[in-house]
Design a protein around this ligand. Structure first.
Ligand SMILES: *Cc1c(COP(=O)(O)O)cnc(C)c1O
Length: 393
């Protein structure tokens, strides 16, 4: 329940007492494995800049060129005068990259999911979603006014039972789950959705750039195309190192979104320079497969070392390697212990993850080196296993 106007202070106090209070950390320079944060250089394992492109000199140069050509602001929404040649070129590059007829840019992944779901489902429909889907997919269902059924995480049989009840218009899932790092059972989900004549939407925010040949993502990794998965959502702020998102699919799907997706229609188009920068980073991500190989080697090294230490790893083959702490207290204590050793891994707490599943969400980047992984393992080996009592947020 939301606090009444007079109760905001008490509600904030309650969050503090439950150790669920959140505040952003202050970065004083670019994204990278060693950011300066709150005045101190830390070795960080919590960004989604998986390929190390957020601060790449060629992406920066493209951004600058883009600003010189197009200025900074786009000035209007896409459908008024905000849609530039740079946006169109990026949409064409993304369509080609994903092997689909068309792609449509959105300002953020959050907006893309709100836009596409509420454009395709409405009052009287049902939407099925994995229990651990990203918040934007759940919020999109709420906004659509369709009714939402959530199925057990990664469980095609649970989805089948839901579908059998009828009326399902759309099934949505993360490709790679953002907090667990595991892959959705995409071939099974695709077969079920097709049989039920429902749309399948895969949000590949954490697979794109990382999995599959040239980083084409979870679908390529599973050998699935537009026939099996008609709606692909990708984000640009993670492995591609810039910002924004896209939906890729058929000509008719994209034209429908242009007419109906409010998250596309009623918002200012992102800066054209950002599209120029993203086209550059997309090229680097595709060509430089050593970045994906480096990532895989770092993940292998980490998992082998963590197993030796007896750490409770989850079953993830992606750069997202969560360490389940359980209680909020324990996750915060671990995070603070690591920070005392110069390492930044943020604690993830409810409501981002379920009650009792608080964790350290460790992520790797191609910008990390083997010695960074070793330093992390050493620090993890020194963590105290029991709950550490601490004070202050
Ligand atoms: C990050 C993320 C989003 C949101 O994308 P933004 O561009 O950051 O708004 C959507 N879906 C998933 C699975 C994500 O991890």
């Amino acid at each position: 329940m939301s606090p009444a106007r007079a109760d905001l202070a008490a509600e904030l106090e309650r969050l503090r007492a439950a150790r669920l209070y959140r505040a952003p950390r202050l970065l004083e320079g670019p994204q990278g494995p060693r950011p300066r944060i709150d005045g101190r250089e830390l070795l960080a394992f919590c960004s989604n800049d998986y390929l190390g492109l957020a601060n790449h000199p060629r992406v920066i140069a493209a951004f600058q060129r883009g600003a010189e050509t197009y200025g900074v602001g786009s000035g209007a929404s896409h459908l008024i005068t905000g849609h530039s040649a740079a946006h169109r070129a990026l949409e064409e590059a993304l369509a080609e990259f994903t092997g689909r007829p068309r792609a449509l840019l959105f300002a953020t992944g959050y907006l893309a999911n709100l836009g596409v779901i509420s454009a395709l489902a409405g009052r009287g429909d049902w939407i099925c979603e994995d229990r651990l889907n990203h918040a934007s997919l759940l919020d999109g269902a709420l906004l659509s006014r369709a009714r939402l059924r959530r199925y057990a995480h990664g469980d095609p049989r649970a989805l089948a039972r839901r579908l059998a009840e009828g009326g399902v218009r759309l099934v949505a899932t993360d490709g790679v789950f953002s907090m667990d790092g595991d892959l959705a059972p995409l071939p099974e989900l695709a077969a079920l959705a097709r049989n039920a004549d429902a749309w399948l939407l895969v949000d590949d925010a954490h697979g794109l750039g990382v999995l599959g040949a040239e980083g084409r993502g979870s679908l390529a990794h599973c050998g699935l195309g537009p026939e099996e998965v008609p709606i692909l959502v990708g984000t640009l702020g993670k492995a591609l190192g810039t910002a924004g998102a896209f939906v890729a699919g058929s000509e008719e799907l994209i034209e429908t979104l242009i007419q109906r997706a409010r998250g596309y229609i009623f918002t200012t188009a992102p800066p054209p320079a950002l599209a120029v920068a993203t086209r550059e980073s997309l090229g680097i991500a595709r060509r430089e497969s050593w970045r994906r190989e480096r990532l895989r080697a770092l993940i292998r090294r980490f998992r082998a070392g963590a197993a030796e230490l007896g750490l409770p790893l989850m079953d993830s083959a992606t750069p997202i390697q969560p360490l389940i702490a359980g209680t909020v207290e324990q996750a915060l204590a671990w995070s603070r212990d690591l920070e005392a050793q110069g390492i930044l891994v943020s604690a993830i707490r409810p409501p981002t993850v379920p009650e009792g599943a608080s964790r350290l969400r460790i992520t790797f980047s191609a910008a990390h080196g083997e010695q960074d992984v070793d330093r992390l393992l050493e620090a993890l080996g020194r963590l105290r296993p029991g709950v550490t009592k601490t004070t202050g947020p």
